[in-house]
Ligand binder design. Structure first.
Ligand SMILES: Cc1cc2nc3c(=O)[nH]c(=O)nc-3n(C[C@H](O)[C@H](O)[C@H](O)COP(=O)(O)OP(=O)(O)OC[C@H]3O[C@@H](n4cnc5c(N)ncnc54)[C@H](O)[C@@H]3O)c2cc1C
Ligand code: SF4
Ligand code: SF4
Length: 427
């Protein structure tokens, strides 16, 4: 099939049979109508997908599943509604503008004197932060990453009946996680610790919540938190999603995540037998692989593993989870403690309800958090072809994406047949 050239003289590698029909009939499609094929071309097959699962959750006909390569793939007919593009933080959703709007609305609601009208002004590096401290669980769960704050807080909120469940990522093995809905403190504790696999977490918003589960929390990386926030802010009555039940969003600070298909071989290349590895950790700039007994099998600077990171992560401008209710990370606190940023009334209320589970120290070193966030933004600035613009429009069009990424190593690429095979077949 020959690629179609748009009015801007840009080749669109997503062109398919519909474009041929439109060309032959002389009846063009609506401008900027996006079929899944285009999200695949601009993000997934351009190797920019960060596995957040937002497109899967956004699709009103639940037409997107997970393909043989672990990436979003069409499993039913696409209706061309554009949602997969619009809610993708690597495509249609300008996450920095979303963060600006959310921060300003929260400030206005709180009657803060310097709150400006939503949609104006610029976004501070760490977004809106109303409080910050270092914390540690009173009773730290086995396997917890830093202070065990996320696990302890959520278990306490479940016990208190403040929430009925948590969507979170559970480590399956050293390289893989899977989304779960935890509804008991024990199930939350079984998810303690970090796993460096995105696992399309938001896809689990498509599952119907069990009876009695009405208020849930969601723990995710900043891109996942942007996705669920967009689903909440821009609901669609055709879409069945659990996003509306999410009353607490906890973001993990994040520099990068990894592709298990690349990370496994990269660890093996360090002379480690992969079947001996039961946990992979990133701490203080080093990647550590451990066996079942906690014995160290590998310790290398994490930058040596950068080729196994998700390529899309290099474009990410959100280190701390700007639209979360609470953001947490290790940076800024002593080892064994977690840095906590409070961003909203919902975050503050959850901390109050769960306070019995945590001990708190003043601090943390916010200059260190800012330094990491600034470094992330600088890194992204080198490859984010659309440019960083918190005052820009919330939605980025496919046409402007094609133009911005043309002639880069992230330009749109034709999807393989299995990604959206429907379009290979004539009716
Ligand atoms: C991919 C990734 C990159 C990170 N990068 C940084 C960084 O650069 N700097 C920094 O300071 N901190 C980073 N963190 C956060 C840090 O590792 C801890 O998660 C955080 O400090 C909370 O520790 P804790 O002991 O309070 O959490 P715990 O009590 O151990 O709970 C951890 C929670 O995180 C959830 N979780 C684990 N992995 C994932 C995942 N991949 N996606 C979504 N949820 C997950 C678990 O389900 C659990 O609920 C990163 C985390 C991840 C997953
Ligand atoms: S980055 Fe997220 S929303 Fe975009 S294609 Fe990948 S999984 Fe879907
Ligand atoms: S670096 Fe950004 S895009 Fe990558 S996993 Fe973390 S939050 Fe998501």
């Amino acid at each position: 099939m020959s690629p179609i050239t748009t009015g801007l003289q840009i080749t669109d590698p997503s062109a398919d049979i519909r474009d041929e029909i439109a060309a032959a009939s002389g009846v063009p499609e609506m401008p900027n109508k996006i079929w899944f094929q285009k999200t695949a071309a601009g993000v997934i097959d351009a190797d920019r997908c960060v596995g957040c699962g937002s497109c899967i959750a956004a699709c009103p006909s639940q037409s997107i599943g997970i393909g043989e390569d672990g990436r979003p793939t069409l499993i039913r007919m696409c209706t061309g509604c554009s949602a997969c593009w619009d809610y993708c933080p690597m495509a249609g959703l300008r996450t920095e503008r979303l963060a600006l709007d959310v921060s300003q609305e929260r400030a206005e609601l709180a009657g803060e004197p310097n709150a400006t009208e939503a949609g104006t002004g610029s976004l501070p590096l760490l977004g809106r932060v109303v409080d910050s401290f270092s914390a540690q669980a009173v009773d730290r769960a086995a396997g917890a990453q830093d202070g065990g704050v996320v696990t302890a807080l959520l278990a306490e909120l479940l016990r208190a009946g403040y929430i009925d469940g948590v969507i979170m990522n559970q480590r399956l093995d050293a390289l893989h996680g899977r989304p779960v809905l935890a509804t008991t403190p024990e199930e939350v504790a079984a998810c303690a610790g970090s796993v460096y696999h995105q696992a399309n977490l938001l896809a689990s918003l498509n599952d119907r919540l069990p009876k009695g589960v009405e208020r849930i929390a969601l723990v995710g990386t900043p891109c996942q938190i942007s996705g669920v926030s967009a689903l909440q802010r821009f609901p669609w009555h055709y879409r069945e999603t659990a996003a509306g039940a999410v009353v607490l969003k906890i973001a993990l600070f994040c520099t990068r995540s990894f592709d298990p298909e690349l990370l496994g071989p990269a660890i093996a290349a360090e002379g480690v037998e992969l079947d001996q590895v039961s946990k992979v950790d990133v701490r203080a700039g080093e990647m550590i692989a451990q066996d079942d007994d906690g014995g160290e099998l590998m310790r290398v600077p994490v930058r040596e593993m950068r080729d196994a990171a998700l390529k899309g992560c290099l474009e990410c401008t959100d280190y701390t989870g700007l639209v979360a209710d609470l953001s947490v990370g290790s940076v800024g606190s002593e080892p064994g403690w977690t840095t906590v940023l409070v961003r909203s009334d919902e975050g503050r209320e959850a901390l109050e309800k769960g306070s019995a589970a945590l001990q708190v120290l003043p601090g943390p070193d916010m200059a260190l958090v800012e330094k990491s966030a600034a470094a992330d933004l600088r890194r992204a600035g080198k490859v984010l072809a659309r440019g960083y613009d918190a005052d820009g429009g919330l939605w980025v069009s496919y046409t402007s994406h094609l133009r911005d990424y043309a002639d880069t190593d992230r330009s749109a690429a034709s999807p393989p047949p299995f990604r959206s095979q429907h379009y290979e077949v004539n009716c």
